[in-house]
Design a protein around this ligand. Structure first.
Ligand SMILES: [Zn+2]
Length: 249
């Protein structure tokens, strides 16, 4: 190949390399389907006992498969701003090596996250923040709904639930209000109320979402998929066995 041809071939080579990378960055996540079912699953799902075929998440969705209720597999990304702005958001489902998902919430890198101050306390799993240098698509002041945890309502007809709702709420207030925090994201950026769906890390690496579940201040909220679902389920199991918080007598 002469010099001129090499020059012409370079953009093509780059294009192919980028094409090769694209599936990994958008829906290249593997999920599993069965021969007869219409739902897609995580690899470990008990529904895969009879047959199990790997398929990319984007192909599964395109082919009309719906997420399984049992194993709550990942959804396609939703609501994230495109291009440059998206790169500034630290997402645990693609923040690992080569854009892979983080294996554990302990592996997160706080230095790459959005920094914020908690300026308003709402309840156990919801706070208001002021974000430092918000990228496109993110406002300076936002309400955060914590991913993967659901704390009891603070207004509920049953007395004991009300009690733990208040404890969870007080604990979040004490742990987070006026504190510096770091925000990480996952599959979906916002919920239907337009709140940001985020993981809230403290400067020492503590993940408040996980701490709520561990302390029995809330349930692992597995109705919607999130990267650390297995870890949160195991924290919940532990809290239940140890009768912590809402699991107490
Ligand atoms: Zn399943």
């Amino acid at each position: 190949m002469n010099k001129k041809m090499q020059k012409a071939a370079l953009p093509l080579v780059l294009f192919c390399v980028l094409q090769g990378l694209l599936p990994a960055a958008s829906g290249g996540t593997a999920v599993y389907v069965t021969n007869s079912g219409r739902r897609y699953h995580r690899e470990t799902c008990s529904s895969l006992v009879r047959s199990k075929t790997a398929i990319s998440l984007s192909d599964a969705v395109r082919s009309g498969y719906r997420p399984c209720f049992l194993c709550s597999p990942p959804h396609l990304d939703a609501g994230f701003p495109q291009q440059a702005a998206a790169a500034e958001l630290y997402r645990v489902n693609k923040a690992g090596r080569n854009g892979a998902a983080l294996a554990s919430w302990h592996d997160a890198d706080l230095t790459r996250m959005l920094e914020a101050e908690v300026i308003r306390h709402v309840d156990g799993d919801t706070v208001g923040v002021r974000i430092k240098n918000p990228p496109g698509g993110i406002k300076a002041v936002e309400t955060i709904r914590m991913i993967g945890v659901d704390t009891p309502e603070t207004v509920h007809p049953r007395r004991e639930v009300e009690h733990f709702g208040r404890e969870a709420s007080d604990w979040t207030k004490q742990a987070l209000l006026h504190k510096q925090v770091f925000l990480a994201f996952d599959w979906e950026l916002r919920d239907k109320y337009n709140r940001l769906l985020a993981y809230i890390y403290l400067p020492d690496g503590t993940l408040h979402n996980a701490d709520l579940v561990r302390g029995g201040y809330g349930h692992a909220y597995t109705r919607f998929p999130f990267q650390f679902m297995e870890e949160f389920r195991s924290l919940e199991k532990d809290a239940c066995e140890q009768k912590r918080g809402l699991w107490g007598d």
